[in-house]
Design a protein around this ligand. Structure first.
Ligand code: MG
Ligand code: MG
Length: 625
């Protein structure tokens, strides 16, 4: 199946777009008139330039307000069409998109429109061109693909076919199953876009909020299943209008687009085998976080290790070949890497002390890497020292790394193989990583969401707003159905928010905090206090408010206040949390007790936590805003 993308979907000038689109692996483009009107080259030269990039021009668009007009408008519409045909022949493309009319003079009437298309089909056929008719969901008389199909059917011309667009069908909540009864060879082209569910004017929604399949909330997979079941075998093409994308990173957006189509067709194949070719391993179900690796040096490394000790971790091993220490408590492994070369050294040079690598526990590490490669991710490796295991890895976004550890191929033996054991694990009650919080600029949030949900068996929750005293941070959870891996993605717009200043200070490091789970937060804090730990101070006003919001058992409030523990509950259960002081560049650990059934992350407490962190930063003279 050929993949295509409308040039309007990504940022840049036409030449930048072509380079990025070709590099991402697309077969063709839909060309918008504006693209070449703005270019200095002639349509013929532009057509050649596109083909020189190895790309076809799959579609020329748009042509508006054609059908159903009275004279003299009708004759003028045909003249305009002939001029577009001239340009198409110069460019070297044979298919034009005509979208349903918004013209105030258009008369409506299926037969009148069909007659216009029949006549235009005759004119197109003389030049070897084809016409595709698309129902805009805000079209004046035709706003439903079923009506557009009836126009095409009655036009009864081999050079006139239907164009389907997932947004126009799904935004109007038209059942995509109705596509299954349309003959596949009468569907000339298929455009795909997703969108977040927002109640708003359809035109405004479409022009500003479309996104890649899988990034939004529409059932694009169900739509595509119906298209494939109808027997369609033309290109599948992205047509995305999105304000963020217009200003985003051209090549990253093109890669996301191609990734979204590969994942979509894999989903179609898995949900309805036979409709699409099998090709890549199924999504992987991560079983949890196997390790978190920090790059650090000197006094910052000492401060990090001091905090790990205060959090009850023990330094259980030192690497046989490298300046790398392993700290452990329960199933939590934290690696402190002070190497000056390799990936850790490069990340330290760019960002200072930060998380440079995450290890995930999976069933089959090689299968994850195979799927990731098929989705356009870059495998990662670096030279191995004596006795070191080759642990499969890929590059994530923002220069991050993900390693995959499985038991089947013995990769979980890495700790015994590569480290001298120095002590048993710590035992202050922290058992596993509850969640990771990654921070990014708001415009990168959709990329991260797509990265996780296309590679792993993870689902996303709706985006919620977190109030920072200096701005808004948007937060979205992606997690496995069983909760074994939970990631909160936080998108910051301004450097004045805590998340934004973290991004600026670390030049785009992604992991801002890691939440560690205990079954009894009070017992854990008692043990940690003896080791010299003191959590982030929370003002007493918070506890007065808590007493008003929740009906808490006697004594619990006082206990929480004494321990600086924050509280939340939802329909399923309740949740306790507290925070360690931030270390280099604003990274921090969170300690949580998640009682069975609680599904959240203490979101209502985030504004108080952020304010407390900023106060502490200012008191220490650290600029935080
Ligand atoms: Mg369209
Ligand atoms: Mg958290």
């Amino acid at each position: 199946m050929k993949t295509s993308i409308a040039t309007v979907s990504i940022s840049g000038n036409l030449r930048e777009k072509l380079t990025a689109i070709a590099a991402a692996g697309f077969d063709g483009i839909e060309i918008f008139e504006q693209d070449f009107i703005a270019d200095e080259a002639s349509p013929r030269a532009i057509g050649e330039m596109i083909r020189d990039h190895g790309l076809d021009i799959t579609l020329f668009q748009p042509f508006r307000d054609f059908e159903g007009l009275p004279e003299p408008y009708r004759a003028k519409a045909f003249d305009r069409a002939e001029r577009k045909f001239d340009v198409m022949q110069e460019l070297g493309t044979d298919l034009i998109l005509i979208c349903s009319s918004l013209h105030p003079k258009s008369l409506g009437g299926i037969d009148r429109a069909a007659a216009d298309f029949h006549e235009l089909g005759e004119r197109a056929a003389k030049r070897g061109l084809r016409i595709g008719y698309e129902a805009l969901c805000w079209g004046r008389h035709v706003n439903d693909h079923r009506d557009a199909w009836e126009v095409v059917r009655r036009a009864d011309h081999p050079n006139v076919g239907l164009i389907l667009d997932s947004f126009h069908t799904l935004a109007r909540k038209i059942d995509p199953e109705t596509i299954r009864s349309i003959p596949g060879d009468r569907i000339f082209f298929v455009q795909l876009a997703d969108a977040p569910l927002i109640e708003m004017d359809l035109l405004y929604w479409s022009r500003h909020f479309r996104n890649m399949p899988g990034e939004g909330d529409l059932d694009v997979t169900g739509f595509m299943r119906a298209v494939m079941a109808a027997g369609y075998n033309g290109p599948i093409s992205l047509e995305i209008f999105n304000d963020q994308f217009r200003g985003g990173n051209t090549s990253a957006l093109a890669r996301d687009g191609h990734r979204s189509l590969v994942a979509l067709m894999d989903d179609v194949h898995r949900q309805e085998p036979g409709l699409a070719a099998p090709g890549l391993p199924a999504r992987i179900h991560p079983k949890g976080v196997s390790f978190v690796e920090f790059t650090s040096r000197g006094t910052e490394a000492q401060a990090l290790e001091r905090q790990l000790a205060m959090l009850g971790f023990a330094r259980v091993g030192t690497h046989r070949n490298k300046q790398v220490a392993l700290w452990q408590q329960g199933d939590i492994r934290i690696v402190v890497n002070q190497e000056t070369s390799g990936h850790a050294g490069a990340v330290w040079n760019a960002r200072g002390t930060s998380v440079c690598d995450l290890g995930l526990q999976v069933e089959d590490a090689q299968a994850v890497v195979a799927r990731a490669k098929a989705l356009g991710a870059e495998p990662f490796s670096q030279p191995l020292g004596p006795g070191e295991l080759a642990i499969p890895a890929i590059r994530g976004l923002s220069g991050s790394l993900l390693h995959f550890i499985d038991a089947g191929s013995g990769l979980d033996q890495v700790w015994e193989r590569e480290f001298h054991t120095t002590a048993p694990p710590g035992d202050a009650g922290l058992t596993h990583v509850d969640h990771l919080a990654q921070t990014m600029s708001y415009e990168d949030m959709l990329s991260w969401t797509l990265f996780y949900t296309s590679l792993f068996e993870m689902r996303k929750s709706p985006i919620v707003d977190v109030i920072d005293p200096d701005g808004l941070v948007r937060s979205q959870v992606v997690e496995t159905p069983d909760g074994a891996l939970k990631v909160t993605l936080n998108g910051a717009d301004t450097h004045r928010t805590l998340a934004g200043s973290f991004l600026a200070d670390t030049f785009g490091a992604s992991v801002q905090h890691i939440a560690l789970a205990t079954n009894d937060i009070f017992a854990t804090l008692k043990a940690l206090t003896e080791k010299g730990f003191s959590p982030l101070a929370i003002p007493s006003n918070y506890y007065d408010d808590l007493a008003a919001r929740f009906d808490l058992p006697d004594g619990l409030l006082a206990r929480m206040q004494a321990a600086q523990v924050l509280y939340d509950q939802d329909a399923g259960g309740d949740f306790f949390q507290c925070y360690a002081p931030s270390i280099a560049n604003g990274f921090f650990f969170e300690l949580v007790q998640r009682n069975p059934g609680y599904a959240g992350f203490g979101g209502p407490n985030a504004p108080f936590r952020i304010a407390a962190q900023k106060r502490r930063g200012r008191a220490k003279g650290i600029p935080v805003a």
